[in-house]
Design a protein around this ligand. Structure first.
Ligand code: SAM
Length: 217
């Protein structure tokens, strides 16, 4: 197979962004981050031909890189202005991390599988991201030493919202998380407003499980 040219890859990214716009993504900052981050560098080489299709792909160890539409929708719901400290649970390939790093001040990302974290760290270093902090461990407990966070994004599915993450969300903060059963869940936006939690349903989803103390055992 011939490796695509930079021009072909850029065109594929533009077409993906057009598709995301058609599917309802509106935030111009999110759309331009999606047009900038080279998703083809986050997928396994054998999946290169599908790197800019709007679908999840395997990244090894039974995990996946999320569907671009879900990445865009989740990021849009976080309403990032560029000043935020963001916590991400489930680094995976680091693709969503890169999108967050484009749109926030600092990103703290936790992954339970060391190999994925190491690979993501190396990818993001090569791409020049300097505002990302990596941790290997159980993200259901959050990152207490760095709390509170203006925005928290969980990219694996939980049976219920982990209390530790709610506790580490700042007043006015937004948390996006898939919650439900092992195979089918719903994506929720949770806002902390005046000490209250306000839930907004985003869409049905199917994520890999969040495994840990406050997730699936
Ligand atoms: N956002 C990633 C990307 O763009 O490639 C996709 C993440 S993948 C759908 C979910 C990830 O969550 C997997 O890499 C999995 O190992 C990780 N994970 C599952 N449970 C976790 C936990 N308790 N703490 C941290 N990471 C976890």
């Amino acid at each position: 197979m011939r490796w695509p040219t930079e021009e072909e890859l850029a065109r594929a990214r533009r077409e993906l962004v057009a598709e995301l716009r058609e599917k309802g993504i509106r935030d111009p900052r999110v759309l331009s981050a999606m047009e900038k981050v080279p998703r083809h560098l986050f997928v396994l080489p054998e999946y290169l031909p599908w790197a800019y299709d709007d679908r999840p792909l395997p990244i090894g160890l039974g995990q996946t890189i999320s569907q671009p539409y879900i990445v865009a929708l989740s990021t849009e719901a976080l309403e990032l202005s560029g000043e935020e400290k963001v916590l991400e649970i489930g680094t995976g390939s680091g693709y969503q991390t890169a999108i967050l790093a484009e749109l926030a001040k600092e990103v703290f990302t936790v992954e339970r599988l060391p190999e994925l974290s190491w690979e993501a760290r190396e990818r993001l270093r090569k791409l020049g991201y300097r505002n990302v902090h990596f941790r290997i461990g159980d993200g259901t407990r959050g990152w207490p030493e760095e709390a509170p966070f203006c925005a928290i994004l969980v990219t694996a599915a939980a049976p219920k919202v982990p209390q530790s993450l709610l506790a580490q969300l700042s007043e006015g903060g937004r948390l996006v998380i898939p919650v439900g059963g092992r195979f089918h869940q719903d994506l929720w936006l949770v806002r902390k407003e005046g000490g209250r939690l306000v839930y907004e349903h985003l869409c049905p989803v199917s994520f890999v499980p969040l495994i840990g103390e406050e997730g699936w055992r």
